[in-house]
Design a protein around this ligand. Structure first.
Ligand code: BD6
Ligand code: ZN
Length: 313
């Protein structure tokens, strides 16, 4: 089974944060703000957030803010809900949410709600339950949920529920673990989990575990470490996590590490990346792996960070 090569993963994260011209950095260029969130949350779960210069990170990140109040994936990029959530999450890690003009950012987000309660990701209008999730998590962290019609937002998400108990990106779309996480997290944060059939959805989710112990995103697909987050956090939020074999999943994640150079891949022997390193460490945190900080399954932030926001010091 081996154990988590903490120091190697810390070194891996700090190295890719420094390199600007590596393949990984170039590929992730347009979602660099997401990359910052994945890298910094991983470090915090490993207890090593203090190894980065927070002022340097924050000053770079604030340059990604558009005059509309939304954040782009990098400096000069168009604003989008996905990057705005990552920016809020990174500021939360450093307890610096008040560095934001909170009303400006929350007005940007609220402005993307449509009449049917759904959310567009940006001004181009694409609608997806991912964006409902990002909008609700963002506004909850900013304590500005009053700026949107929460009832209509919840009704839209419920309209995307399928007969298998899962959720898709729009009404009638196929259930997918990523979308299920988004819808369950949004319902959890708005106190609306009574709309979920926990046994039906719990069954669909626990069926994602394959014989290797890993979790896949849809029936018949290959297991992938990032589903350790999408599926597991959903199971935890609906109180059905005991329906999977946690020990076998821990072993699968540990087998996906590159113990020489650090980092975690989507499945054993594949190339590592910061995205799967984050979702692997976050998954181990949800599985209560020893030595890791607890992470909140809905906000995808360390529990101590979430408590600081909602319950003060
Ligand atoms: C754009 N992304 C994806 O499409 C990944 C690709 C992938 C990784 N392993 C299998 N496929 N897929 C992915 O994130 O799917 C999960 C998902 C899909 C839809 C809704 C929510 C989650 C990844 C980046 C990536 C690309 C290529 C390879 C590895 C990582 C990505 O940025 N995913 C987003 C998914 C996402 C978008 N909006 C969200 C809102 C809440 C939670 C997650 C998301 C993310 O995790 N943001 O923090
Ligand atoms: Zn993956």
């Amino acid at each position: 089974m081996g154990e988590l090569a903490v120091e190697k993963h810390v070194k891996f994260i700090l190295t890719i944060e420094k390199e600007k011209d590596s393949f990984e950095s170039v590929v992730m260029e347009h979602i660099r703000l997401n990359g910052a969130y994945w890298a910094l949350t991983t470090l915090d779960i490993l207890g090593k957030l203090n190894t980065v210069d927070q002022d340097e990170v924050i000053s770079w990140m604030m340059q990604c803010q558009h005059e509309s109040g939304g954040f782009g994936g990098n400096i000069g990029h168009d604003p989008h809900l996905l990057y705005t959530l990552s920016a809020i999450q990174v500021l939360a890690l450093f307890d610096k949410i008040d560095a934001l003009d909170i009303d400006k950012v929350s007005n940007y987000i609220a402005g993307l709600q449509n009449n049917d309660g759904s959310f567009s990701g940006d001004m181009w209008g694409e609608i997806d339950t991912r964006f409902s999730c990002v909008a609700i998590l963002s506004l909850a962290l900013l304590k500005r949920l009053d700026k949107i019609n929460v009832e209509k937002a919840v009704n839209y998400i419920v309209s995307c529920k399928n007969l298998d108990g899962g959720f898709g990106c729009t009404p009638g779309a196929e259930s997918h673990a990523g979308q299920i996480f988004c819808c369950v997290a949004a319902l959890a944060v708005t106190g609306s989990l009574h709309h979920v059939d926990k046994d039906l959805l719990g069954w669909w989710l626990c069926e994602r575990q394959v014989k290797s112990g890993g979790l896949n995103g849809r029936p018949e697909k290959l297991p992938d470490v990032c589903y350790s987050w999408w599926v597991l956090s959903s199971l935890i939020m609906i109180d059905r996590v005991h329906w999977i074999d946690k020990e076998k999943l821990i072993k699968f994640i540990l087998d996906c590490q590159d113990k020489e150079n650090g980092g975690i891949s989507d499945r054993p022997e594949d190339a590592v990346d910061v995205f799967h390193t984050y979702f692997g460490v976050a998954g181990l945190s949800l599985l209560e792996y020893p030595g890791l900080k607890a992470i909140d399954p809905a906000y995808a932030l360390p529990v101590d960070v979430v408590n600081r926001i909602f319950f003060g010091r």
